[in-house]
Ligand binder design. Structure first.
Ligand code: DX5
Ligand code: ZN
Length: 215
């Protein structure tokens, strides 16, 4: 059964405090904050102040998924805002090892994300430095896209590479997950499913979506 990370960009922003309380009440496992800078990806979402504003309202693990071009400039701000984990993109940084260690030094779990089109060929270099691995299963930037089935093989490859390295870092899959696609990635070795539109738009509410996602 995967852990479920709720993608906060699909929540009602006009009452975000109540939304994060509601997510904790229905036993979501983690919260996932999609930070976009209008440069690494076209949309612009929010920064550390928003995460900090709801930190007091919810005891769940907060991970910030930084879809930004210069993540190194934001690490201390998100750590001080109360993030438990920070996930940066392989495509955005020259030296992932140094950045992952910067995240750890700031007191957060360090995550590395790969876009669907980015191969995992350099992943073995970063194994000692990462606490989480995120594999995108849609083009980063927008919720509500269709799951890319070719990512299933990539999850399997990542699982093997982590095992070979003796790493227990969770594999998080992000994008297009629902009751049908989540079992495909968990069977391949994913342990955390990020869910946005499916979770928030399910006809049976958050609880109904969680039952399907955890099946
Ligand atoms: C996409 C984001 C995802 C997305 C998930 O750039 O990283 O977290 O919001 O939303 P769904 O589940 O709708 O694909
Ligand atoms: Zn995300």
């Amino acid at each position: 059964m995967p852990l479920i990370a709720a993608s906060v960009i699909c929540a009602d922003f006009s009452r975000l405090g109540e939304e994060v309380e509601r997510l904790e009440q229905v036993w979501v496992d983690w919260l996932h904050f999609d930070v976009m800078d209008s440069h690494f990806v076209p949309p612009l979402t929010f920064g550390p102040l928003v995460l900090q504003a709801v930190r007091e309202r919810c005891g769940l693990t907060f991970n910030a998924h930084l879809m930004v071009s210069r993540p190194e400039t934001l690490i201390s701000d998100f750590a001080e805002a109360g993030a438990d984990g920070l996930i940066v993109h392989q495509e955005a940084v020259a030296d992932p090892a140094a950045l992952l260690e910067q995240i750890r030094a700031a007191g957060c779990r360090a995550g590395l994300a790969y876009n669907p089109s980015t191969p995992l060929s350099d992943l073995p270099h970063w194994m000692d430095h990462l606490d989480m691995l995120l594999l995108m299963s849609v083009t980063p930037g927008w919720s509500g896209q269709k799951f890319m089935p070719e990512v299933v093989d990539k999850v399997r490859d990542a699982h093997r590479l982590l095992q070979e390295a003796g790493s227990s870092a969770p594999i998080i899959v992000d994008g297009g997950l629902n009751g049908e696609t989540t079992p495909l990635v968990t069977a391949a070795g994913a342990t955390v499913a990020v869910s946005g539109s499916y979770l928030f738009e399910h006809p049976n509410g958050l609880e109904g979506a969680l039952v399907e996602l955890r099946r």
